[in-house]
Design a protein around this ligand. Structure first.
Ligand SMILES: *[C@@H]1O[C@H](CO)[C@@H](O)[C@H](O)[C@H]1NC(C)=O
Ligand SMILES: *[C@@H]1O[C@H](CO)[C@@H](O)[C@H](O)[C@H]1NC(C)=O
Length: 378
């Protein structure tokens, strides 16, 4: 297995002039989003099937994640010395909501779900689930101390980090039925819906917001396969230009929203993280970062250049053209940026997390501070 060069993050107690110093000590994390940070919610919530080889690299079994291993959120909570977040809808297993809860569900959109949505758990529903979670926790804590080791403390709702990674499905989904101009015109109202959720959380006591922007979705094999058959639609990296352009316009407005929200709520801390820059840098400079395949899916069907077929997903077995096909993984997923045509590999997620933790991609930026060292578990 290839080892990725991860620059050791330097110990530093000096914070940049205008930088907030994150100490990264949070009693809990509450996360909202889509498959980029879903640790099992969609699988639990709609009984979706996730087959091996999902999970093979780290969990050795499908672990509710659309990935061969850990997600960015897993690496971030690990860096905070917190356990992996339990999915809100996971009803079986040890009660593990002591350090937070994950409301993110694969396929979720910011906009309300429709009858054809993959996930019914759109953003404001996730926020309402949080409100319900919080009130149940406070009710149970009031009943006596026996619950306190399973549940977040009352004060942790204010001290917790609230993390967000959502919007990709609003954009990617819209391309199937709308023109580029219509999609761009819909961004402000999508972000109003997002702002509504942020405000509800603020009313509930949230003060620390950590907001990921959306990645270069035009570089995902799923989108290239469908929208990139005409080479004039592709950019110099082989990504669909329109999708990346829409993602950038979405991010510009999301960034504006985070600034506005910060100005309106001076007692809150709002951090915007430029995931787009990190992921596009990874794809453009893949070999420098230890990868061999920037675009092609590791677990897919069809072979180069994309190894992606929308009729069959990673781990699935189906009869295609009269032949039974089972979609297997590539030999070494750590050489690939993309796992299944839509989601990143664990190796790519680890790279992205290590870049987030440099603090350089955040607004406001933060200086490296211990305990920031990503524990390398390869
Ligand atoms: C790739 O790396 C070069 C050199 O570090 C940098 O200038 C460029 O911006 C990177 N590409 C992307 C898309 O970030
Ligand atoms: C099935 O066969 C048709 C015709 O030969 C071909 O165009 C198509 O790509 C095949 N599909 C798959 C999934 O192999």
């Amino acid at each position: 297995m290839k080892s990725h060069l991860l620059l050791p993050l330097l110990f530093s107690s000096i914070c940049l002039n205008n930088a907030k110093c994150f100490d990264f000590h949070y009693p809990a994390v509450f996360n909202f989003g889509d498959s980029n940070s879903d640790t099992g919610d969609l699988v639990a919530g709609i009984g979706a099937q996730l087959h091996p080889p999902n999970g093979q690299t780290y969990f050795k079994t499908p672990a509710g994640r659309f990935c061969d291993g850990r997600l960015i959120i897993d690496f971030l909570t690990d860096a905070m010395d917190l356990p992996f977040l339990n999915a809100y809808l996971e009803s079986l297993g040890a009660p593990v909501f002591h350090k937070g809860c994950n409301f993110a569900a694969a396929g979720s959109t910011i906009r309300p779900a429709t009858a054809t949505s993959v996930s019914p758990f759109s953003f404001v529903i996730q926020v309402e689930q949080f409100v319900r979670f919080q009130s149940r926790v406070l009710e149970l804590l009031a009943k006596g101390r026996k619950y306190s080791k399973y549940l977040p403390s009352a004060s942790s709702f204010t001290d917790a980090l609230y993390t967000f990674d959502i919007g990709q499905n609003d954009l990617a989904g819209a391309f199937y039925s709308k023109t580029f101009d219509q999609i761009v015109a819909g961004i402000p109202s999508t972000l109003e819906e997002f702002e509504t959720g942020l405000k509800i959380l603020y009313e509930q006591g949230a003060r620390k917001y950590w907001i990921h922007n959306t990645g270069p979705l035009g570089c995902l094999p799923q989108n290239i396969a469908f929208f990139g058959t005409d080479p004039s639609k592709l950019d110099e990296l082989g990504c669909v230009s329109g999708h990346n352009q829409a993602a950038k316009l979405f991010n510009l407005q999301l960034h504006g929203l985070t600034k506005k929200f910060q100005a309106q709520k001076p007692d809150a801390t709002v951090t915007y993280v430029d995931i787009y820059a990190i992921k596009s840098n990874l794809i453009a400079n893949y070999s420098k970062n230890g990868f061999e395949q920037p675009i092609m899916a590791c677990c897919g069907y069809g072979g180069p250049p994309l190894n992606y077929n929308s009729q069959i997903s990673c781990g699935e077995t189906k009869v295609l053209n009269g032949t039974s096909v089972t979609v297997q993984a590539c030999d070494d997923s750590s050489e690939y940026v993309n796992w299944d045509g839509i989601h990143y590999t664990e190796a790519a997620n680890q790279y992205v997390a290590s870049q987030i933790l440099t603090g350089k991609y955040s607004d406001p930026p933060f200086a490296d501070k211990m305990p920031f060292l990503l524990k390398l578990k390869f």
